[in-house]
Design a protein around this ligand. Structure first.
Ligand SMILES: [Zn+2]
Length: 371
């Protein structure tokens, strides 16, 4: 470990790579709790008492919850948050006392059914397999025509949910369409069924009020901020502890163990693992210090760099404060991968020494000023 703390900034990057802005959380929450019609269908009589009451646990809601799937690739790029980051947020929601979601195994949600026997075979399959009939009927309502088509593609999770079924048995039934099962053995029917597009898979209600949605967003935001602060604090604590117990050079510690330093380090480690309260207390102190620290540094150059960055890339890319702070710290994200942005030597990791959240704030201000 060098005492200039260079590796400290390297490690901090991992933490900032996982942080998420509030408006991104809002987008995610809207996807997870997409509005359903249960309240309209089942809740008419209890509607009046319902609006103003306290948030509900899953057991006391009008909506029984829906099986849902979000395309992983698409969601990651929509939100510019890594897959693990989204999974973590989903876990926070599951662990909440109200159990907002129930996470299920990721599944392939797009079903493509192709009939080598042509349109007539597709019609015949629809007649004996209700999910296929429903999928075709829905697409007809949206203006598709099926007279000359021998294939159909649909979201199996959404379809099953709209029929009030679990997707598992529906998938099994669809797979069976590929085979003629006879006493002598199985033969192919000429129907091909393929599943693709891996998704986050979960159950969640769709009848949350606006207040409840805000509550969920606040809850997630609080968790994310707390997580970031805790990680940074622990990292700093670890760094300063090791530094205080370390020798300046390796040749100074060859022959004998230095018991005083060893005891000091042990004290730090015990404190780190056992004393949660003191961690929380010192966390707020450390936070104040870090802000003071970064305001006194060469912020003039930072502002110039931010403006230049916005000038150069603001037209082609949707920028926000976090994107700029990440590039300036050399932190990759799904929409700003290091393979591309790491080559922009002028900006990549150019302000590692400035506090990440200070860059975020200043860049956000600059962007708002331009609008
Ligand atoms: Zn519902």
């Amino acid at each position: 470990m060098t005492d200039q703390g260079k590796d400290l900034s390297e490690l901090r990057r991992h933490t900032f790579g996982n942080s998420v802005d509030r408006y991104v959380l809002k987008k995610l929450v809207q996807k997870i709790f997409k509005k359903c019609r249960c309240r309209k269908i089942r809740g008419r009589e209890s509607h009046a008492t319902d609006e103003n009451s306290e948030p509900k646990t899953s057991a006391s809601r009008i909506c029984p919850g829906h099986e849902r799937a979000l395309d992983i690739h698409k969601t990651v790029h929509d939100l510019d948050v890594r897959e693990e980051g989204i999974s973590t947020l989903m876990c926070y929601l599951e662990l909440h006392p109200y159990e907002w979601v129930e996470n299920l195994q990721p599944v392939y949600a797009t079903c493509k059914l192709q009939c080598y026997g042509g349109p007539a075979q597709l019609q015949a399959v629809a007649k004996k397999c209700p999910p296929v009939a429903v999928a075709i009927a829905k697409q007809k309502m949206e203006g598709e025509t099926f007279s000359y088509r021998s294939s159909v593609e649909f979201d199996i999770i959404e379809l099953s949910d709209s029929m009030g079924w679990d997707s598992g048995p529906v998938k099994r039934e669809l797979r069976l369409l590929q085979w003629n099962l006879q006493p002598g053995g199985a033969s192919k029917t000429g129907v091909m069924v393929e599943f693709s597009d891996l998704t986050f898979h979960f159950r969640s209600p769709g009848d949350l009020t606006e207040d409840e949605m805000d509550g969920v967003i606040d809850f997630l935001h609080h968790r994310v901020v707390k997580q970031e602060k805790t990680e940074l604090f622990q990292l700093d604590l670890l760094h300063s502890s090791l530094k205080s117990a370390a020798h300046r050079n390796y040749w100074m510690c060859c022959d004998e163990a230095n018991m005083a330093k060893s005891d000091k380090l042990r004290g730090f480690i015990e404190d780190y693992f056992e004393n949660d309260k003191s961690v929380e207390m010192r966390m707020s102190e450390a936070e104040e210090n870090s802000l003071e620290d970064s305001t006194s540094r060469d912020l003039g150059q930072l502002v110039l760099d931010i403006r230049q960055f916005i000038n150069l890339y603001g037209h082609e890319h949707s920028l926000n404060g976090r994107v700029i702070a990440r590039v300036f710290h050399g932190i990759a994200s799904p929409c700003f991968p290091s393979l591309t942005w790491g080559r922009v030597r002028r900006f990549w990791r150019c302000h590692l020494g400035v506090d990440f959240n200070s860059i975020l704030k200043i860049a956000t201000k600059e962007l708002i000023g331009l609008r």
